[in-house]
Design a protein around this ligand. Sequence first.
Ligand code: T4K
Length: 400
Amino acid sequence: MTIRHPELAVLGGAPTFTEALHVGRPNVLDQDAFLDRVRGALDRKWLTAFGPLVAEFEQRLADLAGVAHCVATCNASVAMQVLLRSAGLTGEVVMPSFTFIATAHTALWEGLVPVFADIDERTGNIDPEHARRLVTDRTAAIVAVHLWGHPAPVEQLTELAAEHDVPLLFDSAHAIGSQHHGRPVGGFGSAEVFSFHATKFVNAFEGGAVLTDDGDLADRVRRVHNYGRGKGEDVAYLGTNAKMTEVCAAMGLTSLENMSELIAVNIARHERYRAGLRDVPGLTLREPRPFDSVNHQYIVVEVDQDVAGVSRDELAAALRAENVLVRTHFHPGCHRTEPYVRDPAKHTPLPLPRSEALGERVISLPTGTGVRPEQVDQLCELIGRIARQGDRVSSAVTPS
Ligand code: T4K
């Protein structure tokens, strides 16, 4: 018996999903616990600035990461700016280009010069050997990213930073809940920065945190994030207002409490994608390395156009037509965005072939509580159908 499937939306059919499927749909598991916490804050009439919920959130994060100090902030971008400022850095910062633009912007915003290193295509993370070639006496720090929650090459970077006596900082926006050789992300390098944006694994509506074992650095971060002041009126540093509110901490604490449930949901979705995409030629689902465990907040699939019959962009266009709002993170790479291209004298326009190539091959698919298991099956079946009709899809997306 031949099964007749409906026409693909990109070819004129009706979209498979009547309601959009998002990449980064927030996980909201326990509304009552969140609302109870918010009511508590309202009753106490303590809404921000060193409130008890923020203090509890900071303590729980420090415990989770196994570090001595944590300062919660309004978001991760500002957390990184406060950290770079508090570390007193000037000069260049070696970092990957294959990341969200915030990683580069925070350094540039602080008057530092991002120097972009290429990646290891197997992980998407910074290539420590290329980073080594870029470190000079102008280097003030190395900033690595645990991309898609997959730990960066911690050991090699720690060695490199120590050799050159520069701080190693981690943009860990994607990686709360991930582990490397059994050690939780959050405790590596001189400091790490988490993001709690709504789309993140642990969400606080918006939020960030700096985690460190360095007491002096933590003290400066705490002051700089509070206009340069301590708890009193004394102003020791140039500071800003980067404080987290009690409502955000209420959400962050509730989300943290639900972490193991969320990991289980994400793993179940990952396994479903693995099974559903197994027989689609040319598509590879990103998996953690054997010595890492990850939060699985991102389902990232690499498309080999020659084998799959469609390019990543054609697949993305066909899926969007079906109401699946896939993302192509992180294309085209920070080094090819306007603020960095505009000033080649400052930002050496190095070719980054591996970052550029991977940026054209990867696609992020919906996961977490925002997509039901049977929708994952439907999506995989749909992806297979798009690939099998690659020629028709290509002509529809890019008419000759
Ligand atoms: N470093 C790295 C490596 C990062 O990836 C990020 C941020 C940062 C640093 C900086 O962290 P934060 O300063 O943000 O704390 C999003 C997020 O805004 C950003 O946090 C994230 N990374 C980046 C990768 O993606 P957008 O603008 O592309 O996504 P957005 O907000 O439009 O939402 C994505 C999807 O989720 C949409 O389809 C709609 C859906 N959505 C979104 C929100 C906010 C919902 O369904 N509900 C919601 O409440 O940036």
